[in-house]
Design a protein around this ligand. Structure first.
Ligand SMILES: Cc1cc2nc3c(=O)[nH]c(=O)nc-3n(C[C@H](O)[C@H](O)[C@H](O)COP(=O)(O)O)c2cc1C
Length: 316
């Protein structure tokens, strides 16, 4: 997640897109990728809300900083945990400011050359905190029914969509299950959330789950969030991205071929091996992937070796 304001950061180590020097730095990175490869680049924009002002992910995750905490915002004064700050309940003026921060970041992302935008509406951060009844206790037009809880996230989306070029897609990442039973968001609610986003013009739902409550009891396993993507895709007709413990090329192929998602997103496998996708293509004897030109000799050797390991593989 790239944060839309300093107070919207999760940690002091988070990337941002709110100062002129950020736009310059991102333009350099995106320009390099576009000049050297045929890859497309998306940026995920978000605001941390009640889970802001915390330590780096590899320190004490979600725990407040030892020094220099900044005040955090939320739909209601509900803290992430007894250790975290109680967020200030957002006023209409706070909502105007956050909406404007998202719009400014989207405009900067466009000038930096990004091909796609994703809005982070998952994992207990600000927009997610509005969507789930676990943290939204508001009694005004922004709390209560699902339509009310979605009001601010939809306003932000529409404001961003108005400044983001029409041909470039926007996805929204949601938590499709709070994993707390019927008191929180259920996979059925997630279909209703997707329908509201679809009606507003969202192109793709990136279907994650959880991280919205300390009381969550997720059921892990390989591809464990894919059933939620499957359901949203097939009940609404929307394009979806599946994510979560997808780590074998066969997982990706079976999800896509069975019509359970339109794209798969792999996070940790790419931290362990940035070339995971190129390696998977070679294993499956797919030759169409673009490699960086200086690495072509490595590609050719890998294809020879994987071809040798699989006598049935077609050799070209
Ligand atoms: C180091 C790290 C950083 C992450 N940062 C983000 C993030 O900024 N935004 C987000 O939506 N998910 C983030 N995630 C969650 C991943 O996108 C993904 O949903 C999760 O790791 C499960 O997928 P995986 O099994 O492929 O890793 C992060 C995960 C890791 C391990």
């Amino acid at each position: 997640m790239t944060c839309v304001s300093p107070e919207g950061r999760i940690t002091p180590g988070c990337t941002g897109l709110y100062a002129p020097e950020h736009e310059v730095a991102w333009r350099r990175i995106v320009g390099f990728v576009h000049a050297e490869t045929d890859a497309k680049v998306a940026i995920q924009l978000g605001h941390s809300g009640p889970k802001g002002s915390t330590q780096l992910g590899w320190e004490a995750m979600d725990a407040p900083l030892a020094h220099g905490n900044w005040p955090v915002l939320g739909p209601s004064p509900v803290a992430w945990s007894p250790n975290n700050q109680v967020p200030r309940e957002m006023t209409p003026a706070d909502m105007d400011k956050v909406r404007a921060d998202f719009v400014r970041a989207a405009q900067m992302a466009e000038r930096a050359g990004f091909d796609m935008l994703e809005l982070h509406y998952a994992h207990g951060y600000l927009m997610s905190a509005f969507i789930t009844p676990l943290t939204n206790r508001r009694r005004d037009a922004y709390g209560g029914s699902l339509a009310n809880r979605m009001r601010f996230p939809l306003e932000v989306f529409l404001a961003v969509r108005a400044v983001w070029p029409a041909p470039k897609p926007i996805s929204v990442r949601i938590s499709a299950n709070d994993w707390v039973g019927s008191d929180g968001i259920t996979p059925e609610d997630a279909v209703a959330i997707a329908r509201l986003l679809q009606a507003a013009g969202v192109d793709i739902i990136d279907v994650s789950a959880g991280q919205t409550s300390e009381a969550a009891r997720p059921v892990y396993g390989r591809m464990f969030q894919t059933p939620f993507s499957d359901r949203i895709r097939n009940e609404t007709g929307m394009a979806t991205i599946a994510v979560g413990n997808i780590y074998e090329p066969d997982h990706v192929n079976s999800i896509l071929m069975a019509g359970r998602a339109d794209l798969c997103c792999l996070a940790r496998p790419h931290l362990a091996d940035p070339y995971w996708t190129l390696h998977a293509a070679a294993l499956l004897n797919v030759k169409g992937e673009t490699w960086p030109k200086p690495y072509l000799a490595g590609r050719d050797q890998l294809h020879r070796l994987t071809g040798r390991a699989d006598p049935a593989a077609e050799r070209v």
